[in-house]
Design a protein around this ligand. Sequence first.
Ligand code: FAD
Length: 317
Amino acid sequence: MKLITKLSQSKKTLFSIEILPPLKGKSIQSIYDGIDPLMEFKPAFVDVTYHREEYVYRKRDGGYLEKVSIRKRPGTVGICAAIMNKYNVEAVPHIICGGFTKEETENALIDLQFLGVDNVLALRGDSIKTEPAFVPEPGGHAYAIDLVKQIAEMNKSIYLDSEMKDAAPTNFCVGVSCYPEKHFEAPNITSDIKYLKAKVDAGAEYIVTQMFFDNSKYFEFVKLCRENNINVPIIPGLKILSSKQQVTSLPKIFHIDIPQAFYEALESCKDDKQIKEVGIKWCIEQSKELLKENVPCLHYYTMGASEATRAVAKEVF
Ligand code: FAD
């Protein structure tokens, strides 16, 4: 079922999660072990992230270094199919521009359609670690909007080969991402909102936010979106901060702030166990406040921490 249908039919705030494929070599059981404890909260959908290749240098005989391309977390599409089959829940693969030609994107979307996947989250993707800025694949897309446009065309039976006759239309519901604290490359929020609106105008039917720890940032952002005629559901994404290391790494990686009151509570913790307790408490409060405002769905970035997500969901749903 399309997420937009689920979102518009539901009278209450839905619950959803995002998971990462396991590291290459690990079994799919680790995915099930993460989802099983959360099934009692009836997730409306499970997002599965996509991880592109990285380059590493391997020492070879003779001492020279060889540049090798590796993908540490493959399996997004297979995991989506497995989740839908095992749990009868909607799985949403993330598809990215980076590393894909348009042709490869088209073929990947055909695979997804054949597997019965109805929803995709269309993203640009980040630059690979060895590149200072995002570089599109030759013959690929430079921005998420171009990916949204390609999917919207396929939904109208328009494939890359203009000579194709009687092509079956795909039927994807497309989501895109947004950044209540601004995307780090955007010169300002006005410009970021302008491009977000362009993604919606191109066919995106819902939006998922980057994680945030300060609800007022989300509320202000939604207000700004509505003022700019972005009228699709904007799903808040929440992360449970659960280790001392994350206090500095999350702001650095995701370009987000930790509110002062939260930071002070975290600072007074002696160890990671206490940090996790404070993180869970903060996320419960955030969730309850968002719930009061009738947000369409609360989307949790589990990042493998399903135990903490369960602790929050038990208090909120
Ligand atoms: P875009 O919408 O393309 O925007 C990128 C930047 O370019 C923004 O600053 C925007 O303002 C600007 N811009 C947009 N269009 C134009 C234009 N036409 N001209 C000029 N400027 C423009 N990454 C992964 O690799 N895998 C994942 O699974 C993944 N999942 C994510 C899930 C969520 C909910 C979020 C919030 C992010 C996720 N990311 C993932 C990270 C994401 O790919 C990065 O944040 C990336 O830097 C931006 O992606 P985007 O789709 O928002 O890009």
